[in-house]
Design a protein around this ligand. Structure first.
Ligand SMILES: Cc1cc2nc3c(=O)[nH]c(=O)nc-3n(C[C@H](O)[C@H](O)[C@H](O)COP(=O)(O)OP(=O)(O)OC[C@H]3O[C@@H](n4cnc5c(N)ncnc54)[C@H](O)[C@@H]3O)c2cc1C
Length: 478
């Protein structure tokens, strides 16, 4: 997120000076690193949690339309980076892979059919195939159909233009470019400890070098807090009124990683199912082909794990330290109001390897224990936001919090996360750089970086097709 914003700002104003503080010795090693997330280029082609079914049975596709549009903006921004020569080889971070949804059971099949009908009326989802034919699904994903109960009806959709993204590699390449730009200083192994208002206006960012122990202050007019799971505590440190009422609890992620090359070779899709009752949207099960540093991989998950840390490299005290007077009640209330989620998390933590492979068998019926090993994914911090009065509600999206005067912006939440980084960062600009954003120079440059930002692509079929064709070519996705 920070790398994306850094490049955008530098392109808009080459004179701007930027300091980036990263507590680790390399960038992109937390949530953005390849194995720490699922690498799905979220376009809402396959993620059923983006098209929830309402109590009256109707399906709400508004979130899917927004996410699909946002991913086109990401494709445009990444194409800009390639065209400028900032990233030499797009295959180092993005690959084309079919995005499929797969369900069983009468109600789920009915839902998927209706979802497909609704989505394919829109230009963005044209080309999505739907089938209840077992042979067709077997052709698409043999592993999912091998030894499957022939009496249980199934249905699937498939969208051929989905993507797998290595966000870690993308981040490192953007940070390399940023480091080489005049006016940008990137400090590795330097941790931000606090963010305080500066008496003459702006902010003092207090930092500590984790190798030398040296502490240093940086005075700035604008701060972006892009610290992943650690954003929440840093936002709490910055004394702005918008921080109030936010809380969060960490949920660690786990994958089953396949170690059988022949199985890995047989699967060529990202296949998303339906979350079980009580499970949060972030835990929708999926069996995914990945391409990580040139090697094909296969993962299943995510499973939730227990952790008190806000980052993989965080501290066991992170959760305890995050309680403040303004968020205790919302946090407790969110827990009490989400009993099925609490129950789900407790059950997840108690799963054994055998239990996890049993869960995998719903997607790969012939799965064998020895072919799969457990791999730690990234940390998510489930954001809790003050609702009415002291009540707290869970926030499952990705949310930018911006101070009223625009001098601080912070990014909270995970899904759809990295896939929509470009559009989230574009959308904070008018709030943080009000005057400059209106200038012709910025408007022209913004259009160059993303011609579709701010355009309703769902209603502009010709433009959508043109941009998909162009970015597909530049990113090597054709
Ligand atoms: C299990 C899982 C699956 C996911 N799947 C997907 C997916 O399929 N598709 C998708 O688009 N998104 C997915 N996401 C979400 C995605 O990973 C995140 O939205 C994205 O990586 C967040 O990027 P970030 O830059 O905000 O945070 P991060 O990548 O975590 O980067 C934050 C950086 O800040 C540094 N930092 C933290 N605190 C400090 C400090 N005090 N001082 C200095 N530096 C600090 C950290 O070391 C880190 O380098 C998933 C996340 C998880 C956990």
């Amino acid at each position: 997120m920070s790398a994306t914003l850094g490049i955008i700002l530098k392109e808009l104003n080459p004179e701007i000076t930027i300091q980036i503080f990263e507590k680790l010795d390399q960038p992109g090693l937390e949530s953005s690193d390849a194995w720490n997330n699922a690498g799905t280029g979220h376009s809402a082609f396959c993620e059923l949690n983006y098209t929830p079914q309402k109590e009256d049975g109707s399906i709400d596709i508004s979130k899917a339309l927004k996410i699909c549009q946002d991913f086109e903006v990401s494709r445009e921004f990444w194409s800009y980076l390639v065209e400028k020569g900032y990233i030499k080889d797009p295959s180092s971070f993005i690959t084309r892979i079919s995005h499929m949804s797969f369900v069983w059971g009468k109600d789920n099949i009915e839902y998927l059919k209706k979802r497909h009908q609704l989505l394919t009326q829109n230009a963005m989802f044209k080309g999505m195939a739907y089938t209840e034919d077992r042979d067709q699904v077997k052709e698409w994903v043999p592993l999912v159909m091998n030894k499957r109960d022939s009496k249980s009806p199934i249905a699937a959709t498939s969208m051929g233009i989905g993507t797998d993204v290595n966000f870690g590699s993308l981040t490192r390449q953007m940070m390399d470019k940023l480091s080489s730009m005049p006016g940008v200083r990137v400090h590795y192994s330097v941790e931000v400890l606090d963010i305080d208002p500066y008496k003459k206006g702006g902010w003092i960012v207090e930092t500590k070098n984790n190798i030398t122990g040296e502490e240093e202050d940086c005075i700035t007019k604008f701060v972006f807090i892009g610290a992943g799971g650690a954003t929440l505590p840093l936002l709490k440190d910055a004394e702005i009124k918008e921080r109030k009422g936010y809380g969060g609890f960490p949920v660690s992620g786990l994958w089953l990683k396949c170690n059988n090359e022949s199985l890995i070779e047989q699967h060529n899709a990202k296949v998303y199912g339906k979350a079980s009752v009580g499970a949060p949207p972030m835990s929708v099960p999926h069996i995914d082909t990945r391409l990580i540093d040139g090697k094909k991989e296969l993962l299943f998950g995510p499973f939730a794990g227990f952790s008190m840390r806000f980052l993989k490299t965080g501290s066991r005290l992170d959760l305890a330290k995050s309680f403040r007077i303004d968020n205790v009640l919302p946090m407790v209330s969110a827990g009490l109001r989400n009993v099925p989620l609490t129950k789900y998390l407790i059950e997840q933590v108690r799963l054994s390897h055998e239990d996890r492979v049993e869960a995998l068998k719903e997607y790969v019926p012939a799965a064998k224990l020895g072919d799969w090993e457990l791999k730690q994914a990234g940390q998510r911090v489930q954001v809790i936001k003050k609702d009415h009065g002291v009540k707290g509600k869970l926030e499952f999206g990705t949310e930018a919090v911006v101070a009223a005067d625009g001098s601080v912006a912070a990014l909270l939440g995970a899904s759809p996360g990295a896939s929509t980084a470009a559009s989230i960062m574009f959308s904070i600009l008018p709030k943080c750089f009000k005057k400059e954003s209106k200038s012709e120079a910025w408007q022209v440059k913004l259009k160059e970086m993303s011609p579709s930002f701010g355009v309703m692509l769902a209603k502009e079929e010709a433009l959508l097709n043109a941009t998909r064709q162009r970015t597909g070519k530049i990113l090597g996705l054709e």
